[in-house]
Design a protein around this ligand. Structure first.
Ligand SMILES: Nc1ncnc2c1ncn2[C@@H]1O[C@H](COP(=O)(O)OP(=O)(O)O)[C@@H](O)[C@H]1O
Ligand SMILES: [Mg+2]
Length: 363
């Protein structure tokens, strides 16, 4: 069986590694000749809107999925007549556009940071006035890993922020003094059933995910169930099929929805070792119409991202419980090159071993 994937980065690579034991081969479409998924599947090097390449991606495939948010929605529509495309165009369109996404969160019952659309500098000035400062200006589309964002510390910063992002359509949102960040991950099957993973506590550095720990400590059960209910409502309106992640701010009282990934997500890499079935395998199962696997947690896990540089493999692997994942990408500042997941049975072992990994990153 063949699964077509739009995008050939590390998420595609890990999807293929999970698909392989199920007898599923992955075929990638990615314009980058050095796409890191190429070593684990067939790689079509062409733009996402290349008609011939889309036809080759779909040829004989049981389904096509995507691992990259900035695929044009039109590519999904073009493929749609030929092969099931999951998640569908609605999931992609909403998660691509921060304004649509915020509105979808609110309709589903989530609280969100106060925000206002900013389609012009004039509108931004009004938005800053209404929403207040400090805040963040974010491009509506195309942002990731903290890119496409500018700080607004006071009303006088509006013009500088607007210029810094290149004067493109944006939204302005209030900066939240959160106690911590969380991610809610799961996989939704074609019949609408959702298997949630344990909630994840995430830490970002310069807008890039640094660590993800699961299960997140000290989560109020009623609060979690409410968030899961809102997530279920959101995914239902999208008709979403596949894995998803919803990033949340915990301000001590409420969980505010911040961002959604309608795909496998960095905050779920711990599931490879830390859950009965990984987010990648469950995504493959969902989009191929196979039964979902158990999402139960195996002990405790923390993932540490290797950004910009990776320590020596032998040093990482000398740490008990450490699992190393290198993506085969050329080092570059701010680039995700791999991750380390520590999995342990007893939670009290986690902090000490994580400190060892973090020490290696500082060397
Ligand atoms: N309104 C906000 N208040 C406080 N911190 C924020 C806010 N928006 C974003 N951040 C910080 O920046 C990180 C990245 O922002 P996010 O909106 O998730 O964009 P992306 O992940 O696409 O770069 C968040 O995980 C959070 O740490
Ligand atoms: Mg994010």
């Amino acid at each position: 069986m063949v699964l077509g994937i739009l995008g050939g980065g590390q998420l595609g690579r890990m999807l293929a590694l999970a698909a392989h034991p199920l007898g599923v081969r992955c075929r990638f479409l990615d314009p980058a000749p050095d796409a890191c998924a190429a070593s684990v599947g067939e790689h079509l090097v062409a733009p996402f809107d290349d008609e011939g390449a889309l036809a080759r991606l779909a040829a004989g495939a049981a389904a096509v999925t995507w691992e990259f948010e900035n695929v044009p929605v039109a590519a999904l529509h073009r493929l749609g007549g030929r092969v099931p495309v999951l998640p569908g165009a609605t999931s992609l369109a909403v998660s691509q556009d921060r304004f649509e996404e915020k509105q979808a969160f609110e309709r589903a019952g989530f609280a969100v940071a106060p925000y206002h659309i900013a389609s012009s500098l004039g509108e931004l000035r009004g938005a800053v006035e209404r929403v207040g400062t400090p805040g963040i200006l974010k491009t509506r589309t195309g942002g990731y890993d903290g890119r496409g964002q500018a700080r607004v510390d006071g009303a006088g910063d509006a013009e500088r922020a607007w210029q810094a992002l290149g004067g493109v359509p944006a939204i302005y949102e209030r900066r939240i003094a959160f106690r911590r960040e969380l991610a809610l991950l799961g996989t939704r099957a074609g019949d609408g059933a959702i298997a949630f993973y344990a909630p994840v506590e995430t830490v970002h550095r310069e807008g890039i995910l640094h660590t993800a720990r699961a299960p997140a400590p000290d989560i109020d059960r009623a609060t979690l169930l409410r968030a899961e209910r809102h997530a279920a409502a959101l995914l239902e309106t999208l008709g979403h099929v596949g894995t998803f992640a919803i990033e949340l701010f915990d301000d001590g009282e409420t969980l505010l929805a911040s961002e959604m990934a309608a795909r496998v997500h960095n905050s779920g890499h711990w599931t490879i070792e830390g859950a009965e079935t990984s987010q990648f395998e469950n995504h493959v199962r969902a989009v191929l119409g196979l039964p979902l696997g158990d999402t139960a947690t195996r002990g405790h896990a923390v993932t540490v991202n290797l950004v910009g540089a990776a320590p020596a493999s032998e040093d990482v692997l000398a740490i008990p419980g450490a699992h190393l994942h290198l993506y085969g990408k050329q080092p570059r500042p701010r680039r995700k090159l791999g991750h380390v997941t520590l999995r342990v049975d007893a939670e009290d072992e986690l902090d000490d071993r994580m400190a060892r990994v973090l020490r290696l990153l500082r060397q």
